[in-house]
Structure formats: structure tokens, C-alpha cells
Design a binder for this molecule. Structure first.
Ligand code: ACO
Length: 327
């Protein structure tokens, strides 16, 4: 596919506060060794109580706009992927728009859990193709610790907070998004969800007592589905682009578990040295995971102009997505 859309700026932001596995040893019945062996996580960044999701979005977006050489007023759209926004409504993108001064942009949130950023990137690509929109800010941001049950060792060791952003515009060369793919399966929603505050479990003393506002996950089942869907999804994008794993210079997989990343890379024949792994420092930041890793890879010189990058994700819903971008 001739690319319609290219990425011209990226940024990311995480809270300063770090929670290590040793800190978690004092909170629940776990060990640094178990967490590293089973997930690859050493530490994660967690927000202060007074910090909001939009704070991290604004910082990440400013970096992306600066690199793109654009003023916020030049944006015509902002798409923010999150399931842990500032409020139930309005959308978190509304607060980001106001603080950036992006007053000429139409803005909206989308919810696809961990897959949100690649869903948003694909939506932006299709919006650019209409010719009506030319400069779009795509953000993946999450305050996962807001829905983390700190008494549940099965889940509380996994997540972190942060945001990543990318500015996209029309491509006029071979550089840009050359394939993208999205999938969903609502029959599996019961394996990973948070119901508190929704119509299923409105906020009440009972919903708080039931801990409904926290994330619930059947980890082993999610793991098995994630391994299959990440591999299938990556292969779909490769097929669409007419490429094989050999053509990929860098793989950026969703940072949920190092064992899932290894299985995905093996399935499509990409060696470990071509896989971006930062889960050790951030944990699973859901929709922020891919754009944080993307920005780090670009800023540290791991992802260079001319390289072909495959991004692939799996998350609650279930949802999954992939994209191949030539930089
Ligand atoms: N410390 C010590 N022991 C633990 C901990 C812990 N933190 N957590 C679980 N255990 C125990 C369990 O209780 C269990 O003990 P048992 O055998 O006595 O019952 C044992 O360890 C093994 O548990 P499993 O769940 O089988 O462990 P597993 O190897 O599957 O690892 C994990 C668990 C890390 C959660 C893994 O299943 C996983 O990564 N799942 C996928 C998560 C994911 O991909 N999420 C993506 C989407 S997230 C989103 O969309 C927001």
C-alpha cells in the first residue's frame, strides 16, 4: 500500500514516582524474583493522587508538536485512546485540547484498552485519506494505577501510568503507514474488565465494597489469547504489506509480559535484538505502552529514518491491532 499518512513527531511522559518490585514485596505476598521471571517487570511509574491522565497527555503532546514543528492551533483533530480518563465525561481529549490551545481541532476519546493507540492511529490514517483532515494528534494515555487493586497480587504488580503521543500528516513519499489491521472479540470481555461506575455497577457503597471499580483479570486465559492474537495480528499486517519478518528492522510489541513479546517475535521470525522491550521500567501502561516505546526508540536512535517498524498489540475487550510504518 502506498502510505497516506506519516508520523512527524512523537513524545512521551510518565510520572516521576517509581514503585519497585521491592516496594510491592511490602504490600502483597510476592517477590521481586517472581515478578521478573513471570513478567519481566522491575519497576513502574505511578502517579501522585493529584495528577490526572490529561497532565501526561499534555506533556507528551507538547514534545510531539515541537518535533513536528507545529503549533497546537494548526491541529485539525485530536484522537485520545484511554480507558482511565480524568472524568466519566466530558472526554479527556477535551481537557487536553483546552490546555494545548488546539482550538481548531475536533477532539474525541476512543476506548479499546491496550489496543487504543493503534486503533487511534488507524482511525487517523483513514481520516487523512478523506482529505478533510491534514494534521492529527494521536495520543495513548493511561492511569492504570487508578483501577489497580493494591491488595490483589495477581494484577497489582503488572501496571503503570503514562502517556505517549504522535503527530501524523499526509505522506507524499514512501514513508508512512504501509499496513494496519484491527480486530475485536466481545465474547471474551468477561476475562478483563472494570465494571464499577458504569450502568452494570453504578457507584454505590455496595460497588465499592465489592471492589468493582478495580480491574479484574483472568491472567492465564488472557495470556493464552494474547500470544495467539499478537502473532496472528502481526502476520496480518505483514501479509497486507507483502513483507516477511526478515523485512522488519524493529518490532514494537505491547509491553504486557516479556514472555508474550518473545512468543510473538518467534512466531514471525524476528530476533530478540530487533524487539523493543521497556516493560522492565514501565510495566504495562495499556494504551500508552506502544507510543512510549515508539518515542523512546526514536529518541535513543534505535529507530532511524529508513527503517521499517512493526507495532502489535492486544488488550481488554478483547481487542488487537497491528501497524507497519516506514520511517
Ligand atoms: N507473586 C507471586 N505469586 C503470584 C503472583 C505474584 N504477584 N501473582 C500470581 N501468583 C501465583 C498465582 O496465585 C498462582 O499460584 P497457584 O498456582 O498456587 O494458584 C501462580 O502464581 C501462577 O499463576 P498464573 O496466573 O498461572 O501465572 P502466570 O505465569 O500466568 O503469570 C500473569 C500471571 C503475569 C498475570 C500472566 O498470566 C499474564 O501476563 N497475563 C496476560 C496479561 C496481559 O497480557 N494483559 C494484556 C492486556 S491488559 C489490558 O488490556 C489493560
Amino acid at each position: 500500500m502506498t502510505p497516506r499518512t506519516k508520523i512527524i513527531g512523537t513524545g512521551h511522559s510518565v510520572p516521576e514516582r517509581i514503585l519497585t518490585n521491592f516496594d510491592l514485596e511490602k504490600m502483597v505476598d510476592t517477590t521481586d524474583q517472581w515478578i521478573i521471571e513471570r513478567t519481566g517487570i522491575h519497576e513502574r511509574h505511578i502517579k501522585e493522587p493529584e495528577q490526572n491522565n490529561s497532565d501526561f497527555c499534555v506533556e507528551a503532546s507538547r514534545q510531539a508538536l515541537e518535533e513536528a514543528g507545529l503549533g497546537a492551533s494548526e491541529l485539525d483533530m485530536i484522537i485520545l485512546a484511554t480507558v482511565t480518563g480524568d472524568m466519566r465525561f466530558p472526554s479527556t481529549s477535551i481537557f487536553v485540547q483546552a490546555r494545548l490551545g488546539a482550538h481548531n481541532a475536533v477532539v474525541f476519546d476512543i476506548g479499546a484498552a491496550c489496543s487504543g493507540f493503534l486503533y487511534a492511529l488507524s482511525i487517523a490514517d483513514n481520516m487523512i485519506a478523506t482529505g478533510k483532515y491534514t494534521k492529527i494528534l494521536v495520543i495513548g494515555s493511561e492511569c492504570m494505577t487508578h483501577v489497580t487493586d493494591w491488595s490483589d497480587r495477581n494484577t497489582c504488580v503488572l501496571f503503570g501510568d503514562g502517556a505517549g503521543a504522535a503527530v501524523v500528516t499526509k505522506s507524499d513519499s514512501e514513508k508512512g503507514i504501509i499496513a494496519s489491521y484491527m480486530g475485536s472479540d466481545g465474547r471474551l470481555a468477561h476475562l478483563l474488565y472494570s465494571s464499577g461506575g458504569g450502568t452494570v455497577s453504578p457507584a454505590s457503597y455496595e460497588s465499592v465494597d465489592n471492589r468493582d471499580h478495580y480491574l479484574k483479570m483472568a491472567g492465564r486465559d488472557v495470556f493464552l489469547h494474547a500470544v495467539k492474537a499478537m502473532g496472528d495480528s502481526a502476520q496480518r499486517a505483514l501479509d497486507e504489506a507483502g513483507l516477511t519478518g526478515n523485512d522488519i528492522d524493529l518490532l514494537i510489541p505491547h509491553q504486557a509480559n516479556v514472555r508474550i513479546m518473545d512468543a510473538t517475535a518467534k512466531r514471525i521470525g524476528i530476533p530478540r535484538e530487533k524487539v523493543v522491550i521497556n516493560i522492565d521500567r514501565y510495566g504495562n501502561t495499556s494504551a500508552a505502552s506502544i507510543p512510549i516505546a515508539l518515542n523512546e526508540a526514536r529518541r535513543t536512535g534505535r529507530l532511524l529514518p529508513g527503517m521499517t517498524c512493526l507495532m502489535v498489540v492486544f488488550g481488554g475487550g478483547f481487542t488487537w491491532a497491528s501497524a507497519i510504518v516506514k520511517f
